[in-house]
Design a protein around this ligand. Structure first.
Ligand SMILES: Nc1ncnc2c1ncn2[C@@H]1O[C@H](COP(=O)(O)OP(=O)(O)OP(=O)(O)O)[C@@H](O)[C@H]1O
Ligand SMILES: Nc1nc2c(ncn2[C@@H]2O[C@H](COP(=O)(O)O)[C@@H](O)[C@H]2O)c(=O)[nH]1
Length: 209
């Protein structure tokens, strides 16, 4: 295949990126995304489907497409999902329609999924940019999950028990960003810098999905 030079060299718009943000539960993936939205980052945020009940403050169609487990199984049977997994006992998945719409938007696409989901996307779209959001420590992660008060103490421990395996998958990622306590904007800034650097590549990544 011909090497694909950065289109900006011909005065054309840059190649849109598919950016996958992953990391352990409670590390701050949703907080990072929310902050990016607040700051008006011009990205297309992929809304994934979820069979768990809505948490207070979550908005259907913004945070997730909340569906019943029955509807989710129907989506699996109808091959409507690019990727799906049972995450902490609930179905999560990326509707194909969502990702296609996103890729056609011409904007950079941001996707947040768990670490296993990121491995699946790596197989399907190896040219995506994979960012691992990491906590400064396990204690910090526990503290955040406890403070969020959306899971029982047992559920918090179940999520923490998976962190070692999740960290073991770090070598499959392109970048790691530490979301330090009370320094959310720093993490967001680093992600923005990664995206800027990726845009400046002589040979940009091209995702074909
Ligand atoms: N830098 C930070 N400093 C302090 N608290 C934070 C920071 N980032 C996020 N939090 C808090 O940590 C908790 C977990 O964050 P969030 O829900 O964004 O994590 P998540 O990675 O999306 O979790 P999950 O994978 O379970 O959906 C929230 O209460 C959030 O307000
Ligand atoms: N593999 C996938 N994981 C997903 C998807 N959408 C969200 N997630 C991840 O699930 C966990 C738990 O989320 P919670 O909101 O119930 O706490 C979290 O890490 C999400 O990022 C998906 O489509 N596929």
């Amino acid at each position: 295949m011909e090497p694909f030079l950065n289109p900006v060299l011909q005065g054309k718009p840059p190649q849109p990126l598919l950016v996958v943000i992953s990391g352990p539960s409670g590390v701050g993936k949703d907080s990072v995304l929310m902050r990016m939205r607040e700051l008006g980052f011009p990205f297309h945020f992929v809304v994934t489907a979820n069979s768990r009940p809505q948490r207070p403050g979550e908005i259907d169609g913004v945070d997730y497409h909340f569906v019943t487990a029955e509807r989710f199984r129907e989506m699996i049977d109808n091959d409507e999902l690019l990727e799906w997994a049972e995450v902490y006992g609930q179905y999560k998945g990326i509707p194909k329609s969502e990702i296609r719409q996103a890729m056609a938007s011409g904007r950079d696409v941001i996707l947040r999924i768990n670490v296993d989901g990121a491995a699946t996307i790596k197989r399907l779209a190896p040219e995506a940019v994979f960012i691992f959001l990491a906590p400064a420590s396990l204690d910090e992660l526990r503290h955040r999950l406890m403070l969020r008060r959306t899971e029982s103490p047992e559920e918090v421990e179940r999520r923490l028990a998976m962190v070692a395996d999740e960290l073991a998958q770090l070598p499959n990622f392109d970048y790691v960003v530490i979301n330090h306590a009370d320094r959310l904007d720093e993490a967001v800034g680093q992600i923005r810098a990664i995206i800027s650097a990726e845009k400046a590549r002589v040979y940009p990544r091209r995702v074909i999905l």
